[in-house]
Design a protein around this ligand. Structure first.
Ligand SMILES: NC(=O)c1ccc[n+]([C@@H]2O[C@H](COP(=O)([O-])OP(=O)(O)OC[C@H]3O[C@@H](n4cnc5c(N)ncnc54)[C@H](O)[C@@H]3O)[C@@H](O)[C@H]2O)c1
Length: 313
């Protein structure tokens, strides 16, 4: 068995009917897992389960609204009955929300976005954890987003939910390490799914506008995110928990990623844009930065050494 094998494992993937969740379900099946494909869209879940079976794998389609506790419990139980105890859970379901700021977003819309993106991951984890723990442990992957770390205009609810999902992974990792359950978050940059079409009006426009913002100068593909999810789900990541994996990134975010979390909060207070391609400009702003550091909001004792490492000096 290779490290990235899921042979003999049962995986449950939410949001498996489309995009990233679908790619994850199909990739996990190719890696040997029996996959429960859960989605609000019954026909899509069924189509993905069928595609897995036609390729010689084992799959089960589950219609499930992850924001409803009864649905998540029923999905987890059905997966156990038909496939066996779930050892891998991927929470990929997220609702497509309209662009809005706080003033434009109705409180009911806020609640619905949180109910699916955050509470859904909580409920599904709650439904699966007892069987995972009883079976000896497992791996949970929450699909977050780069927008869980940095903000974008008109994305107030989405950004807030993805920040919450990253923290959910870390808090769960601490609570369940003793149960041999690893919990990680996966935070992709922009990936070519229908979500992009919704946001940019078309995939060509999404590729043209969002692609060049990324280090690799293009959108990610769902299969590329699925490979990262496979790594986190498998024994290849056996010593990783409470982590956040970033499969593709916009350059400014990579720089911020290299710096401890507290710096992400204080950085905007510097009033400067930090661009990976301009380390000299970053250098010039270090004094400002360290004034904030010296104010005691930096979590390490040796920030200059860390900045030197960041800049490759
Ligand atoms: N596409 C991107 O650029 C991108 C970037 C970063 C993170 N993500 C995250 O990746 C995940 C998958 O996104 P995608 O781009 O594949 O989107 P998508 O819309 O193609 O797929 C999301 C799936 O979730 C399902 N879903 C929605 N509400 C649900 C509910 N209440 N219960 C169960 N299923 C529900 C949908 O039916 C759909 O099949 C999401 O968590 C998204 O936030 C996407």
């Amino acid at each position: 068995m290779t490290n990235s094998s899921l042979a003999g494992k049962v995986a449950l993937v939410t949001g498996a009917g489309n995009g990233i969740g679908r790619a994850i379900a199909q990739t996990f099946a190719k890696a040997g897992a029996a996959v429960a494909c859960a989605d609000l869209e019954a026909a899509q879940a069924a189509a993905v389960a069928q595609s897995i079976e036609q390729s010689g794998g084992r799959a089960l389609a589950l219609t499930c609204d992850v924001s409803r506790e009864a649905d998540t419990v029923a999905a987890a139980n059905a997966a156990r009955e038909k496939l066996g105890p779930v050892r891998v859970l991927v929470n990929a379901a997220a609702t497509i929300d309209r662009n809005a700021n706080v003033l434009e977003l109705a409180p009911d819309d806020w609640d619905r976005i949180f109910a699916v993106n955050v509470k859904g991951a909580f409920l599904m984890s709650r439904a699966v954890l007892p069987m995972m723990i009883a079976a000896g442990g497992g791996s949970i992957v929450h699909i977050a987003s780069q927008l869980g770390r940095v903000a974008a205009p008109q994305r107030v609810a989405y950004c807030s939910t993805k920040g919450a999902v990253i923290q959910l992974a870390k808090a769960m990792a601490i609570d369940h390490a003793g149960d041999n359950v690893r919990v990680n978050a996966l935070s992709p940059g922009a990936v070519a799914t229908r979500r992009m079409i919704h946001r940019y009006g078309g995939m060509d426009e999404a590729r043209r506008t969002a692609g060049p913002k990324h280090l690799l100068n293009r959108l990610g593909e769902p299969d590329e995110i699925a490979q990262a999810a496979l790594f986190l789900a498998s024994d290849g990541a056996s010593f990783m928990t409470g982590d956040e994996d970033w499969p593709c990134l916009e350059p400014g975010i990579l720089m911020k990623r290299t710096i401890p979390t507290a710096a992400l909060v204080v950085m905007p207070n510097c009033g400067h844009t930090i661009n990976l391609e301009e380390p000299a400009a970053f250098n010039a702003h270090l004094d400002d930065f360290f004034r904030i550091v010296d104010a005691g909001r930096w979590p390490t004792r040796d920030p200059r050494a860390m900045a030197g490492a960041i800049l490759g000096r």
